[in-house]
Ligand binder design. Structure first.
Ligand code: SAM
Length: 345
């Protein structure tokens, strides 16, 4: 169905409604798999419009389920649509859609967390990283337990220009729990500013498009849902390897309510910790009494660049793990406690 005021670029033949497909194939949502379906095609059209112009585009839809969003993507006039669905119960319903749009749909019964996207689209669609994004889009309404680890994996792929991003700056339109959507776009000083804000914003332009109230889904989830659009940046805001940025950002946010100094200390071994943390903060020109959520992107960049220099000077530093040190110290304490006391003769 086309959006009001917008003519469908491709008209699907008359089909059973999504509700009828659900009944026909007994696609009862499985609560333990967090399945919540969208039946209102005006809403699925609205989600799909957030991706931008899709006429003749190549699209991968993740978790199509009974196919509401799938119909809107097809109506937008795409050239090719790749569907990746984990639950085999949905495949026959999706095949009906595939027959209604001959030659356009490819259905993969698989898990998006392990599916290799490198060969998913034709080679001729590849664009250079600094060119306009390729005519390739990823769209999906997945369970939250999948969408959050997936976006972290895809952010890493963006930083390495691999996975779906070997084709260039592939755009994504995905749904998240509303609060996760707020974290993804949070600015310095915002209550929701977190690790996810930095990791996403240093690699992408992130837009929180709109919120879908829980009532719009069948069955209704406990939370509202945010539709978020990502366009990878030509130049990441922090030009350091993903693992290094992750380590610094994770350290900063591990003590959310304390001064940022407290988290950053954990980057350094006990021996010399204070001195090296002071050196990091001074060189990066960051006030150690700022709270993690107050730090700006350029302060994170300075911290990562300085930590990188320190790692280059001491190659053992990057492998250092605070947690591992805590574990070892604990083991040692237990060992000493259990050792029989030496009595003097
Ligand atoms: N997109 C449909 C909609 O909006 O009505 C269904 C949404 S439902 C919240 C999530 C869908 O993702 C289900 O069809 C589920 O089987 C599928 N799914 C869950 N985990 C998946 C994974 N790892 N890979 C592919 N599909 C997955």
């Amino acid at each position: 169905m086309a959006a009001p005021g917008k003519v469908a670029a491709f008209r699907l033949p008359p089909l059973p409604t999504i509700g009828e497909i659900i009944k026909l194939f007994r696609l009862k949502a499985q609560k333990q798999l967090s399945q919540n379906f969208l039946l209102d095609l005006r809403l699925t059209d609205k989600i799909v419009r957030q991706a931008g112009e899709l006429k003749n585009a190549h699209v991968c839809e993740v978790g199509p389920g009974p196919g509401g969003i799938t119909r809107s993507i097809l109506s937008a006039g795409v050239e090719q649509l790749l569907l990746i669905e984990k639950d085999p119960r949905f495949i026959p319903g999706l095949q009906i859609l595939s027959e209604a749009a001959p030659g356009k749909v490819r259905i993969v019964h698989g898990d998006i967390l392990t599916y290799k996207m490198e060969k998913a689209f034709p080679k001729h669609l590849k664009k250079n990283w600094d060119d306009e994004p390729p005519d390739i889009h990823i769209i999906g309404n997945l369970p939250f337990s999948v969408s959050t680890p997936l976006i972290i994996k895809w952010l890493e792929n963006i930083s390495k220009k691999d996975g779906p991003f070997i084709y260039g700056r592939t755009q994504m339109t995905l749904t998240f729990q509303k609060e996760v959507g707020e974290r993804l776009i949070a600015n310095p000083g915002g209550r929701q500013r977190s690790r996810l804000s930095i990791m996403a914003q240093h690699l992408c332009t992130v837009k929180n498009c709109f919120v879908i109230p829980g009532e719009a889904f069948v069955p209704k989830p406990e939370v509202d849902v945010a539709v978020v659009h990502f366009t990878p940046l030509v130049q990441p805001k922090i030009q350091q390897p993903f693992e290094l940025v992750e380590k610094v950002v994770r350290s900063v946010f591990q003590f959310r309510r304390k001064y940022c100094f407290r988290g950053l200390e954990t980057l350094f071994p006990q021996d010399g910790r204070l001195k090296r943390t002071e050196q990091l903060m001074m060189t990066a020109n960051v006030d150690p009494t700022l709270r993690p959520f107050q730090l700006s992107m350029s302060q994170f960049r300075n911290l990562c660049d300085t930590y990188r220099k320190m790692c280059d000077e001491d190659p053992s530093l990057f492998a250092y793990s605070y947690r591992e040190e805590l574990k070892q110290n604990k083991k040692m304490r237990i060992l000493l406690k259990n050792q029989p006391e030496q009595t003097e003769k």
